[in-house]
Design a protein around this ligand. Structure first.
Ligand code: NDP
Length: 299
């Protein structure tokens, strides 16, 4: 039976970071500008701590400044908003990311809306979401941007392809669908109320799964030869008690049917941070009135 090509997001992200580092060095040499990314972590969520640590080290590796702000789990919304306002005013900070999820006393929407639109490197601000919807040049959310890069690297032009996006969240599903539409795909967004999900998926030349349900998409949901992008990150138990990460796609059956597929881990995940760095570089250039460079992954 045919076996899909594995789309190596880890390798692509590493090449992209080299391309970003080259442009950061050029920005420093030609304009004396070092892009800066501030990451704010509220509380002690273990997964968030790992993400924030990784973001910090990768930011420094590409030659940018990394600013880490930690607030206790008991921080009030007013305290967090005050910190965001401070970062909005700080000219050394070009990008601001507030790590989600936030403790329950804080309204994430209020925080997202408080981030200066030009520094919103997560692309979650409603104005950036609106710009994406109308085809403007705002900040594009990192995970969908990373998925699109992997797709274009694999397929080239996406024009005319039938794309199905599984999931309609504001951070993945909706912006992913908007990006695919911008690339001239015929896009279907499926969700928990969709009738006959498997049937919808089977029509897709490009299938992006972002539902947060371990191995939900089976091999027989996939059109033979389709390109499958698995955004899901789900921890499932293992006999040794440590657990392991799996995607929203049942990789073992899907790999027999798809033309190409991203693994979990090592697919979309590494692209998310690389795209965050890319957005920070873009934001820094725009804030200084410099055209954002076209970043190419290294060979
Ligand atoms: P959300 O929980 O916000 O959204 C999940 C979406 O999936 C919703 O639209 C929901 O539908 C839909 N859904 C849930 N269950 C079903 C079902 N049984 N059938 C059909 N649709 C369903 O999740 P996110 O978008 O934030 O994240 C999705 C996944 O991607 C998660 O595993 C998350 O960990 C991962 N992720 C990975 C990232 C990375 O860097 N690789 C970054 C961000 C997320 P409805 O709207 O109807 O409720």
């Amino acid at each position: 039976m045919a076996t899909a090509t594995i789309i190596d997001g880890k390798h692509y992200a590493a090449r992209l970071r080299v391309g970003i580092a080259t442009q950061v060095a050029r920005l420093k040499a030609e304009h004396g500008i070092t892009p800066g990314l501030a990451v704010v972590l509220v509380g002690e969520d273990p997964a968030s701590q790992v993400y924030v640590r990784n973001k910090g080290s990768q930011t420094r590796e590409v030659g940018m400044n990394s600013f880490e702000h930690r607030l206790p789990a008991t921080a009030t919304q007013a305290e967090l908003l005050a910190r965001v306002a401070e970062l909005n005013r700080n000219p050394a900070v070009n990008g601001i990311l507030v790590q989600l999820p936030l403790p329950k006393q804080i309204d994430p929407e209020a925080v997202i809306e408080a981030i200066a639109v030009r520094k919103d490197v997560d692309g979650f601000h409603p104005l950036n979401a609106g710009l994406l919807a109308v085809g403007g040049t705002g900040m594009v959310p990192c995970t969908p941007l990373g998925c699109l890069m992997l797709l274009k690297d694999r397929i080239g032009s996406l024009a005319g392809l039938r794309a199905v996006v599984l999931g309609r969240s504001n951070i993945v599903g909706k912006p992913m669908a908007a990006l695919l539409l911008r690339e001239h795909c015929t896009v279907t967004i499926a969700h928990s109320r969709t009738r006959d999900l498997a049937d919808e998926c089977r029509r897709a030349d490009v299938l992006v799964a972002a539902v947060g349900k371990a191995r939900m998409v089976k091999g027989d949901w996939i059109k033979p030869g389709a390109t499958v992008i698995d955004v899901g990150i789900n921890r499932v138990p293992t006999p040794d008690g440590k657990g392991r990460l799996v995607g929203d796609v049942d990789f073992e059956s899907a790999v027999e049917v798809a033309g190409a597929i991203t693994p979990v881990p090592g697919g979309v995940g590494p692209m998310t941070i690389a795209c965050l760095l890319l957005n920070t570089l873009t934001a820094a250039c725009r804030q200084h009135g410099i055209p954002a460079p076209e970043v190419r992954p290294s060979a």
